[in-house]
Design a protein around this ligand. Structure first.
Ligand SMILES: NC(=O)C1=CN([C@@H]2O[C@H](COP(=O)(O)OP(=O)(O)OC[C@H]3O[C@@H](n4cnc5c(N)ncnc54)[C@H](O)[C@@H]3O)[C@@H](O)[C@H]2O)C=CC1
Ligand SMILES: O=C(O)CCC(=O)C(=O)O
Length: 389
């Protein structure tokens, strides 16, 4: 029986991927084998020693202590692309809200009082305050051309915008998906100097914290609009507010409310709704549940942010040994020596590394004695050993 501890509202469609005869899922489990969560800050919870894997039913993993999990030999899975359409749609909605001052205009209209004739008079007199701009010909700068950024860039092209993108680590896969009309910026500064609207779709990490700062805003076109559906900390919020106060920034549209943003006419802060569609919640939960289940049952790893991709079909009738170790020379030799010394014949073997970690899966003929597991666990650099029968 595998026990999955859940945080947040995980789609039932995802939880149903765990067969009840050998999986238990609950938000109240003392010694879980895995954790499945959305935005819960795992840094604030104790992660039990029994945890073999963590699954983020979403894209961003800044709410998970990934490095600490790596040191424990625990893969952290996410769901690349599974919520990209949802975030794209909300980002494009944010673009329209900003371009046409829709929220401010709606507030104005909702507050109108008097007879219909009086309301109509106020509408005609007041509407000039909400004059907006159209998108064709305007330039959208997209920072981060991954699953979401590429979809936003392509959608903006279809709306007639010019699009300039910046991503120092764009993958070949994403580059193929991107409209060939999207122009490349070679730096954030270049992108900001060319854009009328900037949208950020990069992960939060030390390189992206405060990416949109005071000096970058000052160098941007007057009247710039910033869309942030990534994470609140990728912008320097104070610098955003100061640029809004100077009317240098036209609007800030984001998914991350805060006290400082409250009550500002040219700020729209949504309650972290980017991925909140039925479809996206299902896609993310199903994808991550499948990955967790496969890892627990077979040791195979798909879409872990801190581990290599290792998928080896299960061969023979023997045991499978899964070893997580530091990515240093001769580990593979020491694992296979320990197996050979115990007279165990290897059916199949797969070893791959990712940054400082390596992961080895070995199918052997017959059962692996506990003494062999112990010997491998004691090899310097081995972080975790697991036998799957
Ligand atoms: N508001 C919401 O509900 C949601 C927010 N997000 C946020 O959006 C982020 C992006 O999501 P995806 O597109 O699915 O991730 P992704 O991993 O597919 O794409 C991220 C892209 O950012 C690029 N990147 C990394 N560092 C960069 C830098 N310094 N400058 C420019 N680009 C950089 C990467 O090379 C990658 O291509 C997530 O990490 C998460 O923080 C994601 C889903 C929902
Ligand atoms: O699960 C959610 O609603 C948040 C999604 C998100 O921020 C992400 O996937 O990075």
């Amino acid at each position: 029986m595998f026990r999955i501890l859940t945080f947040n509202n995980i789609s039932v469609k995802g939880l149903e991927r765990f067969p009840r005869d050998h999986f238990e899922t609950s938000s109240d489990i003392a010694h879980p084998d895995a954790i499945m969560l959305r935005s819960h800050k795992l840094q604030e919870s104790e992660v039990a020693d029994t945890v073999l894997a963590v699954g983020r039913a979403g894209a961003g993993v800044n709410n998970i202590p990934v490095e600490a999990m790596s040191r424990r030999g625990v893969p952290v899975f996410n769901a690349p692309g599974a919520n990209a359409n949802a975030v794209k749609e909300l980002t494009i909605a944010g673009l329209f809200l900003a371009a046409r001052n829709i929220c401010q205009a709606w507030d104005f209209a909702r507050a109108l009082e008097g007879s219909d004739q009086q309301i109509n008079a106020e509408v005609e007199a007041g509407k000039k305050r909400f004059t907006g701009f159209e998108l064709p010909g305007r330039t959208l700068g997209v920072i981060g051309l991954g699953a979401i950024g590429v979809e936003v860039a392509n959608a903006a092209m279809a709306l007639g915008m010019k699009v300039v993108g910046y991503d120092p680590q764009i993958t070949v896969h994403r580059a193929w998906q991107l409209s060939s009309q999207v122009e490349q910026a070679h730096s954030v500064d270049e992108l900001m100097s060319r854009a009328d609207v900037v949208t950020i779709h990069a992960p939060l990490n030390e390189a992206t914290r405060g990416l949109i700062n005071g000096s970058r805003l000052a160098a941007a076109h007057p009247g710039l609009t910033v869309l942030n559906f990534a994470r609140s900390e990728v912008v320097d919020e104070q610098a955003i507010l100061e640029a809004l106060d100077r009317d240098h920034l036209r609007a800030y549209i984001c998914d991350f409310p805060s006290n400082a943003l409250k009550g500002r006419g040219n700020v729209i802060a949504l309650p972290h709704l980017g991925a909140s569609t039925v479809e996206s919640q299902e896609n993310c939960a199903v994808m991550v549940a499948d990955q967790l289940r496969e890892y627990l049952e077979t040791g195979n790893i798909r879409n872990a942010v801190n581990f290599p991709e290792v998928v080896m079909p299960r061969g023979g009738k023997g045991n499978r040994l899964c070893v997580v170790n530091a990515n240093v020379p001769n580990m593979l030799g020491r694992i296979s020596t320990a197996l050979a010394e115990a007279g165990l014949n290897i059916d199949d073997m797969y070893n791959k590394s990712h940054e400082e970690l390596a992961y080895t899966v070995v199918d052997v003929e017959g059962a692996i004695p506990e003494s062999v597991v112990q010997a491998i666990a004691e090899v310097e650099g081995v972080l975790r050993v697991r036998v799957i029968e």
